[in-house]
Design a protein around this ligand. Structure first.
Ligand code: ATP
Ligand code: MG
Length: 440
C-alpha cells in the first residue's frame, strides 16, 4: 500500500500523451452527487489521479447516475496502461489476451473494471475529428467519416488501440454511454452530446447510425435494451438505421447476440424490449420461429407478452429466474406448438429446438435445462409432481410454472406456493415421502 505522500515516479506520468490536439468538451458541473458513487470506485479513481494519470468514471455508471437509476457497475477509463494500473493495485488482475483490461477486486466479489483510453483502429489513420454544432451551439465530436459505400464491409473485427480521452468517447456506441465523470472536479465531461440527449431522453448513436450499426450490429440490440430499460426514445434516424441494418445481426458472433438477448430478458423490461425487437424486425432475424408464431396468430401467441410481463414482475420482486427459464418462457409458444399432438414430443422438441440452438450457440447446459423444464410443465399441468421434486432442475421448472401462472392470471398451484414460503427450499423431502412417490 503506498503512502499518500509518496513521490510520483516519473515513468507513471502521462507525458507521452499529447494534450494539445484534444478538442474541448462540454463540461457540466455538479450533476452527480459524489456520495452516490461506489466507495471502491472512488478509491480506484483517486489512486490513479494521485499518481498523475487521468481517470474518469465512464459508460453505463455515469449514464445511470444522471438518470437517477441505480448503476449496475462502475467502470473506469484511464490514461494509465494496464501494467501501470497493476503496479498501483495489489488486488488487480489483468484480463483479456488481445485487449488487456484491469480488474480491481474488492470485498464481496465486487470488480471495478479499469480500461486504458482507446480508440477505434479505423480512427487512427484519420486525425481529423469532426465537430458538429447543434442549434443551441452545443458542440459534439463525430467519428471521422469512413468508407461507406453500400457494400463496404464495416464490421469491426479487430480490437482497439490505446488513444486519448476524446477518442475513447467517440468509439463508444451511444451518446448517453460516452460520458466521463471527473471525480476531483465534480464534472461531467461530454465530447459527444450525451448530456443534452439524456435531458431529452433519447438514444442516439455517436456518428452515423447506419455506419455504427454495420460496424457492430449488436449495437442494434443494445439500442433496444437502453430504450426499453431506461424508458428512452430512439432518435428517428437511429430507428430507421436499426430497421435497415437489422439483417446484419446474422453476421455478429452468436454468443454476443445471445448475451444481448439475455440482457433484454433480464433487464426488468423484457416485455417492452421484445416488443421493440419485434417492431424493428430484429426478432425476425434472431428468432424467426418466434416471429412466425406471433404473426401466424397461432393459438395463444399473444400470451408471450403476458409471460414477459410476468418475468418483469418477478424481476421487480428481486426473483429474476435463470437463463434457461427466461429462454423457455420466451419460446414457450412455439415450443408448445411444435410438440402439440405428436406421439414423440421429445423428438419433435429436438427437431424444432436444434436449429435455434445452433443459431444462437446456446450452451449445452442451458439447452438441456430448457428441455427438462419444458417437459416438466406437462407433468405439472397434470398435477404429477412426484419424483420431479427431487430433480436438480426442479426449482427452475417451478419458476417456469410460476411465469405461466402469472401470465395466465391463474393462482399458483399449492405445491409451488409451498416451495416459495419463507424458509422453504427445494431440497429433497423426508425419506418417507420419497419412498411413497417412488412406488407411484
Ligand atoms: P449495462 O447497464 O447494461 O451494463 P453499459 O452501458 O454499462 O450497460 P456495457 O456492456 O457494460 O454497457 O458496456 C460498457 C460501456 O462500453 C458502454 O457504456 C459503452 O460506452 C461501451 N460499449 C459497450 N458495448 C459497446 C459496443 N458494442 N460498441 C461501442 N461501445 C460499446
Ligand atoms: Mg455495464
Amino acid at each position: 500500500m503506498e503512502s499518500p505522500n509518496a513521490e510520483v515516479e516519473p515513468e507513471l506520468l502521462d507525458d507521452d500523451i499529447p494534450e494539445a490536439d484534444e478538442p474541448t468538451p462540454a463540461v457540466h458541473g455538479d450533476l452527480i452527487a459524489s456520495d452516490r458513487i461506489d466507495p471502491d470506485a472512488v478509491k480506484v479513481l483517486k489512486r490513479l489521479t494521485r499518481h498523475g494519470h487521468k481517470a474518469y468514471l465512464v459508460g453505463g455508471g455515469v449514464r445511470d447516475l444522471l438518470l437517477s437509476h441505480e448503476p449496475k457497475d462502475f467502470d473506469v477509463a484511464t490514461s494509465a496502461r494496464p501494467n501501470e494500473v497493476r503496479k498501483l493495485f495489489r488486488n488487480c488482475r489483468i484480463i483479456g489476451r488481445r485487449f488487456r483490461l484491469a480488474h480491481i477486486l474488492f470485498a464481496g466479489g465486487k470488480i471495478i473494471e479499469v480500461a486504458t483510453f482507446r480508440r477505434d483502429p479505423t480512427q487512427a489513420e484519420d486525425n481529423g475529428v469532426i465537430v458538429s454544432e447543434d442549434d443551441n451551439g452545443t458542440q459534439s465530436l463525430l467519428p471521422p467519416p469512413k468508407e461507406r459505400g453500400d457494400d463496404a464491409d464495416l464490421l469491426i473485427r479487430h480490437d482497439n488501440t490505446f488513444g486519448l480521452p476524446h477518442e475513447d468517447a467517440i468509439r463508444r456506441d451511444f451518446t448517453i454511454n460516452g460520458l466521463f465523470y471527473d471525480l476531483d472536479r465534480h464534472e461531467v465531461i461530454d465530447y459527444v452530446g450525451g448530456v443534452p440527449d439524456l435531458e431529452q431522453r433519447v438514444v442516439r448513436t455517436i456518428g452515423q447510425p447506419d455506419v455504427r450499426f454495420r460496424e457492430d450490429p449488436v449495437r442494434i440490440l443494445r439500442a433496444i435494451k437502453f430504450s426499453a430499460r431506461l424508458d428512452l426514445g430512439i432518435a428517428p434516424d437511429v430507428y430507421d438505421a436499426m430497421v435497415d441494418q437489422r439483417a446484419e445481426l446474422s453476421r455478429s458472433a452468436p454468443p454476443r447476440v445471445l448475451e444481448e438477448i439475455m440482457r433484454l430478458l433480464r433487464g426488468g423490461a423484457a416485455q417492452r424490449s421484445i416488443y421493440i425487437a419485434w417492431d424493428v424486425g430484429v426478432l425476425a432475424v434472431v428468432l424467426p420461429e418466434l416471429t412466425a408464431h406471433l404473426e401466424d396468430e397461432a393459438d395463444g401467441a399473444e400470451r408471450l407478452w403476458d409471460r414477459l410481463g410476468a418475468i418483469d414482475r418477478m424481476h421487480a420482486d428481486g426473483r429474476l429466474p435463470g437463463d434457461a427459464v427466461l429462454i423457455a418462457a420466451l419460446l414457450f409458444g412455439p415450443l408448445e406448438e411444435a410438440v402439440a399432438g405428436t406421439r414423440d414430443p421429445g423428438g419433435a422438441f429436438e427437431d424444432f429446438f436444434e436449429e435455434m440452438v445452433e443459431r444462437l450457440a446456446l450452451p449445452r447446459r442451458t439447452r438441456d435445462r430448457v428441455r427438462l423444464i419444458f417437459a416438466a410443465q406437462r407433468r405439472f399441468d397434470r398435477a404429477r409432481i412426484g419424483p420431479l421434486r427431487r430433480r436438480e432442475f426442479f426449482a427452475d421448472a417451478g419458476a417456469l410454472c410460476e411465469v405461466r401462472c402469472l401470465a395466465d392470471g391463474r393462482a399458483l398451484p399449492e405445491w409451488l406456493d409451498r416451495e416459495k414460503e419463507p424458509g422453504s427450499t427445494s431440497s429433497p423431502p423426508p425419506a418417507r415421502r420419497r419412498r411413497r412417490s417412488r412406488r407411484r
